[in-house]
Design a protein around this ligand. Sequence first.
Ligand code: 13P
Ligand code: SF4
Length: 341
Amino acid sequence: MNPLPVLNEGPPGVPFGDAPLMLESIPALQDEVRALAAERGAVILAHNYQLPEIQDVADYVGDSLGLSQRAAASEDETIVFCGVHFMAETASILCPDTTVLLPDLDAGCSLADSITAAQLRDWKAKHPAAIVVMYVNTTAAVKAETDYCCTSANAVPVVEHIRREHGDDVEILFGPDMFLGAYVEKTLGIRMHVWDGECHVHAGIRPGDISRVRAEHPGADFLIHPECGCSTSVMEYVAAGDIDSDGVHMLSTGGMLRYAREHQGGTAIVATETGMLHPLRRAAPDVDFIAANEAASCRYMKMITLPKVRDALRDGRPEVKVDADLATRARLPIERMVAIS
Ligand code: 13P
Ligand code: SF4
């Protein structure tokens, strides 16, 4: 597997290299951002892991699938993407005539970096008959080599669809996230070829975290993102009868929000990036949401700050634009995914 980047996370909530925003300056900045967005005909899309003050200023906040669907339906002149680079690329692929702004081009993703297009071509050459399923957390160049994209919200239905279309013996190359791949394999009781990539944030949520929070909060529900390093062990606890399967929910970030809207009271342990706690607590203020691991913060997501969003809207840059030929090839697997979801 590729070496993981060395990250200096800095104090929680404060992006590395950025001065902390004074609380009192947030409302004025948010007003400025909204006024500039109206002036530019821009829609602001934000991922669930974004800083609270960014989520609160966005037109749409969602998971990777919802953001792709919202971008695909966009008729706005400009999309300001508050998320990471591959998400802005996906928006550019789906809306080639729209200006897509990413307030900080360095907002990358360790998972997307765990496979390159050249590595995928080599893997395909070893399995020429295989169908390639790649998580949407990949570069446009990797998507261009892919048959179907998936997100955490639809990985299982996408693989089921492929097996219906191509038969149960179909060979599948699944990547780049090994924990999501293992989750799909266990859920469907099948074997695939799974790339050994991971997201450094989710992989860091370990089985030991689950044992600790379980002991501290007996009877709590579990909301677990399938990218987590603990996801396989939780499925094993359930299979062994150690944890009641009714209380365990393996969900995308959008699925976690649906859980919040449908529940009242009680405690839920949340195994994903800690930015998720903000929309969950807003959706269900009387549920006690507890992070499985308080240190699970994505430095890349937190690179997007209100001053950078304001500057991007004011200056019309930095822009993410995927080359037209590459975009045409990368669009097909995303459109196949959106059609299944
Ligand atoms: P979802 O929002 O699709 O669950 O993805 C999580 C993620 O890690 C995005 O970076
Ligand atoms: Fe990538 Fe992980 Fe950050 Fe999501 S949380 S953007 S998968 S590094």
